[in-house]
Design a protein around this ligand. Structure first.
Ligand code: URA
Length: 271
């Protein structure tokens, strides 16, 4: 039984298997048995094409092209759907029903949020990765464990029932982009109304932006390492940009600045 039989019917397993083989260096699809290209029979010549008859000449209309996504329509639809959501469950359902964003097509799961909706602190990350896509929860991979450790250092946790010690965690993008590519400006613009509504429904005291994408969406700025640690105001809330935990995993030296930012957050919550 070949790979294809094992994974038949499971599109995601097939995609994962292919991605894995590409990662191992596969560049061509090999045949099951070796092929001696010097000993191949002469190709059989195709018979000459039949003369075209009047009936055959009748034009067959081409299949209709899929409608090109119109960003303005997609953004209006997002604003409409988001504004109609009266609860977080409504908002999750509105995202699940939203069809204009291409990212949704390649994702396994909608990654909506995690933590305590009563929390004083809302963390806005970038986009789900492979583990988040599999589980349908934000920040559950290595970066997520790092994020949990960072905030635990100032007594905050996504599992805390008490709003004072709790975190609510969501992302700029609710679907994992294919190959973890950067979302386009249009995709960011489509998701902004949902994020705005999400923040309005949770109504936290403070928003922490972790990563470049959330910085770009909420503060229209670039370069989280430059922006980090400086409080701003957006969506009617104090906003603190911070280094993404994945960055801290790659650059442990930056943990010192992250610690300063966590202390700044703690002071804000106390003050
Ligand atoms: N990185 C993010 O920004 N969000 C996640 O959910 C996971 C990794």
């Amino acid at each position: 039984m070949g790979i294809a039989d094992d994974i038949a019917g499971d599109w995601h397993a097939a995609l994962a298997a292919l991605a894995w083989q590409v990662e191992l260096g596969l560049s061509d699809i090999p045949a099951e048995t070796p092929l001696d290209r010097y000993d191949l029979p002469e190709p059989v010549k195709a018979p000459p094409p039949a003369p075209i008859t009047a009936a055959a000449k009748a034009p067959t209309p081409p299949p209709p092209e899929p409608a090109a996504p119109n960003p303005a329509v997609a953004i209006d639809a997002a604003r409409d759907a988001a504004n109609r959501a009266a609860t977080l469950e409504d908002l999750r359902a509105a995202l699940a029903a939203y069809t204009h964003c291409d990212l949704k097509r390649g994702a396994r799961n909608l990654v909506f949020a995690d933590g305590n909706p009563q929390a004083r602190v809302l963390i806005l990350g970038d986009a789900p990765g492979v583990e988040e896509d599999r589980e349908g929860r934000p920040f559950v991979g290595q970066a997520g464990q790092m994020l949990d450790r960072m905030f635990a250092a100032i007594g905050l946790s996504r599992n805390a029932p008490d709003p004072d010690n709790a975190l609510y965690i969501t992302n700029t993008m609710p679907w994992r982009p294919p190959q973890d590519r950067n979302p386009s400006d249009d995709e960011i613009a489509m998701m902004l109304p949902f994020v705005e509504r999400h923040v309005a429904l949770v109504n936290p005291d403070v928003i922490v932006l972790v990563g470049n994408l959330s910085l770009r969406m909420i503060l229209n700025a670039k370069g989280i390492q430059r922006a980090r640690g400086t409080w701003a105001e957006a969506l009617g809330k104090p906003v603190l940009p911070m280094a993404h935990p994945a960055y801290l995993l790659r650059n442990p030296i930056a943990k010192r600045e992250a610690w300063a930012d966590l202390l700044s957050l703690q002071a804000k919550l106390r003050g």
